[in-house]
Design a protein. Structure first.
Lengths: 219, 206
């Protein structure tokens, strides 16, 4: 089973770790692996072959984000007061408002950034974590791509937090019209930050470690 | 520059990179992650863009970015007012987050690059180069100006039915700034900076 992993590359002994080397995660300098903890001689960052406790830390962030995701979507993100009428909006009711008012491109942007992307990120990270823990041999190149995707798209979920900020700043005309930020906004911001931390905590090299001979467990 | 070893940061495979021609780029043979792309005239260009960015940043933060008119009432907002409103409503966490991602991080990016590139341009190595550049790299994913810009567009559509929206000077500066910041990050050859540190005689690090 060792020889039909990937068509373009054979052999697994050429990773930095197999060669007794550590790549600095900041400046990418290849250093010799030492017994104890060591600093990179070039940039001074602490050297480690793999991100420490990557799986446990990523799971912790993923679970925390999943918990925050519920109040983020149920509680109102904005509370609008207009001529004595008070209206609370969740993220989804904001999307529906845009669909009804005819600006469906904006509805789509908010839906993708605020609802779809966080869910997608949590699903992909959970899938990657399980695949690494179970040492699945399935498509390592595509799994690495999925990881790079989650890393790249996560920040765009901040969109709704910024929209709330701008609305609150602009619509502040006393009894005539004013918009306040609701409690959902705080949870939503937490979801975005925590999923970004989750993506940062995951080490894609674990995907490739799982492809190697099953008896060398991680450090 | 001769052949030098580099490990893929996504899958840990070691490569021996030969000199790559300008405009070319190296990718990992196993997982396809980008390994290295040499940049033409990196320090010069990045410095020019950083200076442009600094000016635009000041314009964007000191001028009103949107005006909002209902009837006879006109409200103009600079970025700081919005953050302050949130803070006053008790939304301290969100106010801090917005301040951090839209003002502080981009400001640190610009200042740290100025600090690094101005001396390098004059063939000098600034003190604490390592530390400053590490801060720059660490904060990279947390600068979110381009997302804020999209947020402005969404808000304008949302409020357009309610009132008249008047784009301010800062809005145009913001728009230009996101392109300048993207170009700045793209022209910076991070590998070159680390090599400068390596060849530095008096390692003023840590």
């Amino acid at each position: 089973m060792a020889n039909h992993r990937t068509p373009t590359y054979q052999g697994t002994s050429l990773t930095a770790r197999a060669l007794g080397l550590v790549a600095c995660h900041r400046c990418h300098l290849l250093c010799r692996q030492t017994a104890g903890p060591a600093d990179c001689p070039r940039c001074g960052a602490l050297l480690h072959s793999r991100k420490p406790n990557s799986i446990a830390r990523t799971w912790a962030f993923v679970l925390a984000a999943t918990v925050f995701y519920i109040p983020a979507n149920v509680l109102p993100v904005t509370i609008t007061t207009s001529l004595g009428m008070v209206q609370s909006d969740t993220i989804m009711s904001g999307v529906i408002y845009f669909i009804h008012s005819g600006s469906w491109p904006i509805a789509l942007v908010i839906f993708v950034a605020s609802i779809f992307v966080p869910i997608l990120k949590l699903l992909i990270l959970s899938f990657l974590l399980i695949s690494v823990q179970r040492r699945w041999q399935w498509r390592p190149v595509d799994r690495t791509r999925l990881y790079r995707l989650t890393e790249a798209i996560g920040r765009w979920s901040m969109l709704d937090v910024f929209v709330v900020t701008i609305l609150v700043a602009l619509v502040h005309l006393g009894a005539l019209a004013s918009i306040k930020a609701g409690p959902g906004a705080v949870f939503f911001a937490a979801v975005v930050v925590v999923t970004m931390l989750a993506a940062e905590a995951f080490d894609p090299r674990l995907i490739w470690d799982g492809m190697e001979i099953p008896n060398d467990r991680e450090d | 520059m001769t052949v030098h070893p580099i490990a893929c940061h996504d899958c840990d495979l070691v490569h021996h990179l030969a000199e790559i021609p300008l405009g070319g780029s190296a990718r990992c043979v196993r997982c396809g992650a980008p390994l290295y792309r040499p940049k033409r005239d990196s320090i010069n260009r990045t410095l020019a863009l950083t200076l442009t960015g600094t000016i635009l940043f000041l314009v964007a933060n000191l001028n009103p970015f949107l005006g909002f008119r209902i009837g006879a009432q006109l409200r103009e907002t600079i970025l700081a007012t919005g953050i302050y409103q949130l803070y006053q409503q008790g939304m301290t966490i969100i106010a801090t987050l917005v301040l951090f991602t839209v003002v502080i991080v981009p400001a640190i990016h610009l200042l740290s690059l100025l600090y690094i590139l101005v001396p390098l341009q004059m063939n000098q190595v600034p003190p604490h180069l390592t530390r400053v550049f590490r801060v720059y790299q660490f904060l990279k994913p947390w600068g979110m100006m381009e997302i804020f810009m999209l947020g402005i567009l969404v808000s304008v559509v949302k409020l357009g039915k309610m009132a008249t929206i008047i784009p301010g000077l800062a809005l145009f500066a913001f728009m230009a700034l996101i392109f300048v910041l993207a170009a700045m990050a793209a022209t910076l050859d991070e590998h070159l900076i680390w090599q400068t540190i390596e060849h530095q005689p008096t390692r003023a690090h840590r």
